[in-house]
Design a protein around this ligand. Structure first.
Ligand SMILES: [Zn+2]
Length: 317
């Protein structure tokens, strides 16, 4: 493996799903130094195993960008193999019974599996940098367990954006089922989830994300989705400070309501398949979430919502 000329910076969006990360990821991906790759943790399954659609409109195995990444990856990590990488990722990174405790166990970090996973993940990031010609990568996988691994990658300058959205908005988003429509970016039918389930998932994800953000110190930042859509200029300034990235031009474009092009992303929200997105506040839950669900959300997560300065009686901004 050749030594890269400049250090590689990885901006990782961590938090619960349905928090608006596709929008943030796309905006940052329009910075001239940045390549945004969506939920990188799912690339090997969604893209290279299931051949799902990339946001460029092609199945992943015929997308020029991902083919170039795969070639670079094979060159940098001679024995890299998609099936083996998936096995390692599923063992080390997925949120399943006991996985958090396993990830916290020091001996796991010294295991042969961990070394292989780190080596191949580092090579993958270098491959993305080589294929894109950019050395700042945005990964919006969100899963907090992934942070522990990314932080151990040698030569990678990790920055964290902990993106949080009101749990009632997340519960409303997950109450709506989506039928499978591969070309529209819905890879599997998404079942509607009850509010209590979504709120428990939101709570655990944000507690773990906050822990990682605190560890990151000034290289991490907490961003509320609601603040980002209502005052993107201020929030981009905070993000830019934590990531050492000049986001002024992005802020100007956002303030002028310009559309933002979506990069080559193979996993993530269906919004990405439109090719471009505009920043738009989504306050649907305030009108639509049934009162019983609203009570459930507040009873289970009000204590944490308060910590993030969400009021009990929310109104659209
Ligand atoms: Zn593509």
């Amino acid at each position: 493996m050749t030594t890269p000329s400049r250090p590689l910076k990885l901006i990782y969006i961590v938090g619960a799903g349905r928090s608006g990360s596709t929008v943030l990821d796309t905006v940052l991906g329009n910075h001239p130094d940045v390549v945004s790759v969506g939920e990188l943790s799912n690339l090997h399954r969604s893209g290279w195993t299931n051949d799902e659609f990339c946001a460029c409109g092609r199945p992943a195995t015929t997308c020029e960008f991902w083919n170039a990444v795969r070639q670079h990856w094979s060159r940098l990590s001679a024995d890299a193999d998609v099936a083996e990488y998936l096995r390692l990722r599923d063992r080390l990174e997925r949120f399943r019974g006991g996985s958090w405790l396993r990830t916290e166990a020091a001996r796991l970090y010294r295991s042969a599996d961990a070394r292989r996973f780190l080596e191949q993940t580092g090579s993958l990031l270098e491959a993305i940098a080589a294929a894109s010609g950019r050395r700042v990568i945005v990964d919006s996988s969100k899963t907090p367990l992934r942070v522990a691994w990314l932080a151990r990658l040698p030569g990678v300058d990790l920055r964290l954006i902990h993106l949080v959205r009101d749990s009632r908005a997340v519960a409303w988003s997950r109450k709506k089922s989506l039928a499978k429509n591969v070309e529209a970016g819905v890879q599997h039918a998404l079942a509607a989830r009850p509010a209590w389930y979504s709120v428990l998932y939101w709570t655990v994800s944000n507690l773990l994300a906050a822990r990682q953000r605190r560890r990151a110190g000034r290289r991490g930042v907490l961003v509320r989705y609601e603040d980002f859509v209502s005052d993107p200029v201020s929030e981009l300034a905070r993000i830019g400070a934590a990531c050492d990235l000049d986001c002024n031009d992005l802020a100007v474009a956002l303030a002028e309501g310009e559309p933002f092009a979506v990069g080559h992303t193979v996993a993530g929200n269906r919004l990405r398949m439109a090719g471009q997105i505009r920043l738009r506040a989504d306050w649907e839950w305030v009108e639509q979430l049934p009162a019983a669900d609203r009570r459930t959300c507040w009873n289970l997560s009000g204590w944490l919502l308060r910590q993030y300065d969400y009021p009990r009686q929310a109104r659209a901004a």
